[in-house]
Write a protein that binds this ligand. Structure first.
Ligand SMILES: [Zn+2]
Length: 281
């Protein structure tokens, strides 16, 4: 398997409060880092687009996306650009649907295709966070009860630590009053990015969530495990109070390493419903 890692994701500075990645492996592009098979980092644009298309299908298969939601990745050679599909169902994204955007969320090349109105989410976070290499916006049923109630979401299990030690809330009403509940202006995007701050997941009141990662695979790992922890907490609450991780547990368990991330990517893509399979290149 070829692993596409955002170049920008390998060069960002750690922000306070962000759990550690394992920088020695992540900072060396084009090296093999897995014991579990051929997991080569590459900044090859073709491979990156293929993995980005596959990421959308994977998130549908994992229940994090339905007909809505999108994932972006910072351009491997141009940190001032990012890759995102044109508007469409996540289950149908192909590499050919993926185009380049500038940091104002405008296409670098004119296109007749429709664009996601919420592409601003991605540009705002990439601008605010040089360490972020990928962004996922979703409305997973797993996190919606938290977004609808304002209930605190914190990691409650080992894999759930991937969501980050804190999951801040962003409420569009605070600054913008009544809206369509979509993030469509630069001001709204910047506000959301400020709410995310140095963390990795931000809940959006009455809307959904946005998740960041240093690279695409980390972002997908964080998204799937964050949703799984949220869903599990709702079930567990029927049995008793949910215990969340201590700060030290969060620091230890939230330190993400490439091997488990790629093990999950390998597993999730292997067991994916065949109707979601990416057509051969
Ligand atoms: Zn949305």
């Amino acid at each position: 398997m070829t692993v596409a890692l955002s170049h920008a994701a390998t060069h960002g500075a750690l922000s306070p409060g962000q759990q550690g990645f394992v920088p020695n492996t992540a900072q060396v592009p084009n090296m093999v880092f897995s014991r579990e098979g051929a997991t080569h980092m590459t900044t090859d644009l073709k491979s990156l687009k293929r993995d980005l298309a596959l990421a959308h299908r994977l998130l549908v298969d994992q229940g994090a996306m339905d007909a809505f939601g999108h994932v972006s990745v910072r351009h491997p050679d141009r940190p001032d650009r990012f890759l995102l599909p044109v508007a469409g169902a996540p289950s149908r994204v192909t590499p050919d649907d993926i185009i380049e955007y500038d940091m104002n969320a405008e296409p670098v090349e004119p296109t007749p295709a429709g664009l996601f109105s919420e592409r601003i989410i991605h540009s705002a976070i990439f601008r605010a966070r040089p360490d972020v290499g990928a962004v996922c916006h979703h409305h997973s049923p797993a996190i919606m009860p938290f977004a609808q109630t304002g209930a605190s979401l914190k990691p409650s299990c080992q894999t759930g630590a991937a969501m980050g030690a804190q999951v801040p809330y962003w409420d569009s009403r605070d600054e913008f009053g009544d809206t369509r509940l979509l993030v469509v202006t630069q001001a709204e995007g910047d506000s959301l990015a400020r709410a995310l701050g140095p963390w990795w997941t931000v809940l959006m009141r009455r809307h959904g969530a946005t998740v960041a990662g240093r690279d695409l695979h980390e972002c997908i790992f964080r998204t799937v495990h964050g949703c799984a922890d949220a869903a599990s907490q709702i079930r567990a609450a029927a049995l008793g109070p949910v215990q969340v991780l201590s700060e030290q547990e969060q620091n230890l368990a939230g330190t993400l390493r490439p091997d488990p991330i790629m093990r999950c990517w390998s597993h999730w893509t292997a067991v994916m419903n065949p109707v979601l399979a990416l057509p051969d290149a």
